[in-house]
Write a protein that binds this ligand. Sequence first.
Ligand code: NAI
Length: 328
Amino acid sequence: MKIAFFDAKPYDKISFEKYASIYGIRIKYYEPKLNEDTVELAKNYDGVCAFVNDKVSSYVMEKLCSYGVKFVVMRCAGYNNVDLKSAVGKIKIARVPAYSPYSIAEHAMAMLLCTVRKIHKSYIRTKDFNFSLDGLTGFDLHGKTVGVLGTGKIGQAFIGICRGFGMKIIAYDKIHSCRDTVTYVELDTLLSESDIISLHCPLTEETYHMINSDAIEKMKQGVIIINTSRGALIDTEALINGIKARKISSACLDVYEEEAAVFYNDLSGLIIEDDTLLRLISLPNVIITSHQAYLTNEALDNIAKITVENAVKLMSGERCENEILFMS
Ligand code: NAI
């Protein structure tokens, strides 16, 4: 079996070769992202392996189909970038629904602690032998209310961590899926009562820009927003306005709605064209990581293992529990 692997990074190769060799799969690692311009690289392959910022549009899907590509294995949980409808009856799609919810939940907490205790600022100060504490006052997380939006695997892992910090937890989800006891509230209540809001629901038509100016208006003065889910859950302009109005005291963003053009690339030394991103980065109370939350050894190993197993099952026609089916 031959797989064309898009948006490949050196750490991907390390984890995937381990499992590819077990199953005798040949993987060609392509650095470019999969999109309308690069889809031709998938000619003569049985399958394609894609990631969060590849664009598996209907055009790409049609091209893959015409090349005889039989499956697309997403090496991620989210699949908002895949046009499922155009794959029906032609190309099978699978994903990795869970590989380490802890990796993302722990990153969300790492970002929260970083901003609350201003670790990012003190790290730079002490490197410059500046041992002043002026401006570094934080606050206790203990006793604060955290609103968890989306209580699936990652949301629940995050709730467990917050519980350890002695925080009050409220949650909003379309379905009350949390195994532990958690207080579910209406979305408006979560927005108005939370000191910290952490987003853990998928990007869908329904959740697109769910954090917009109306939602921010309802939030508590000084709220902290954490987004480790998908960038487009937040209307970035509204977020910036909320920060400028001093309503939002801090934003911790592992994802950004226009991230595809910049994240995962070393652009240091280049002029960034995205003015919105430039403004975000220039704000002192915004911490951005480059869609890094999943990046742990455990998660990378699980992603490679499950993705390769998905490919083997889809190729052989065996039932694949991780196949994504189009729901009209
Ligand atoms: P999950 O499927 O286990 O949980 C998602 C939860 O969101 C479910 O409980 C669902 O009912 C809820 N939900 C769906 N639509 C909703 C709505 N309109 N309003 C409120 N709740 C809604 O997914 P999991 O594994 O917890 O992942 C969550 C998201 O995290 C993924 O969709 C993905 O976008 C993101 N993610 C980010 C990563 C990163 O590295 N930053 C890595 C992995 C996932």
